[in-house]
Design a protein around this ligand. Structure first.
Ligand code: SF4
Ligand code: SF4
Length: 102
């Protein structure tokens, strides 16, 4: 399930355009999800958001209940950032040319 921080969102619409389920829209120039229960967690919106306004909520078996997953997508690297509830931050860097190894 994703969460959108409307205080951070700058209304660029990139997430709206990329969501394969057409779940995201702009409301008052801020992204909103029509129904998070329909989100299948592809993380395309998480990766494309330029200001980290969208987080994927990690379940207990993935990163601990309440942990949030953010992403920074650059030309050569995909950087995943897990922010745990206790404040611990875990960074996972994936070289895009090596990505099919994982
Ligand atoms: S995670 Fe995927 S399906 Fe869910 S809202 Fe984002 S782009 Fe759409
Ligand atoms: S990509 Fe990020 S900043 Fe742009 S509209 Fe979506 S949530 Fe807002």
């Amino acid at each position: 399930m994703i969460t959108i921080d409307k205080k951070i969102c700058v209304g660029c619409k990139k997430c709206v355009d990329i969501c394969p389920g057409n779940l995201l829209t702009l409301k008052n120039s801020r992204a909103t999800c029509r129904d998070v229960r329909d989100c299948w967690g592809c993380c395309a919106c998480v990766k494309i958001c330029p200001v980290k306004a969208i987080a994927y909520q990690l379940s207990a078996d993935l990163g601990g209940a309440g942990a949030k997953l953010f992403a920074h997508d650059s030309k050569t690297k995909l950087i995943w950032e897990i922010l745990k509830r206790d404040g611990e931050k875990i960074i996972l860097e994936v070289e895009k040319r090596q990505a099919n190894k994982f």
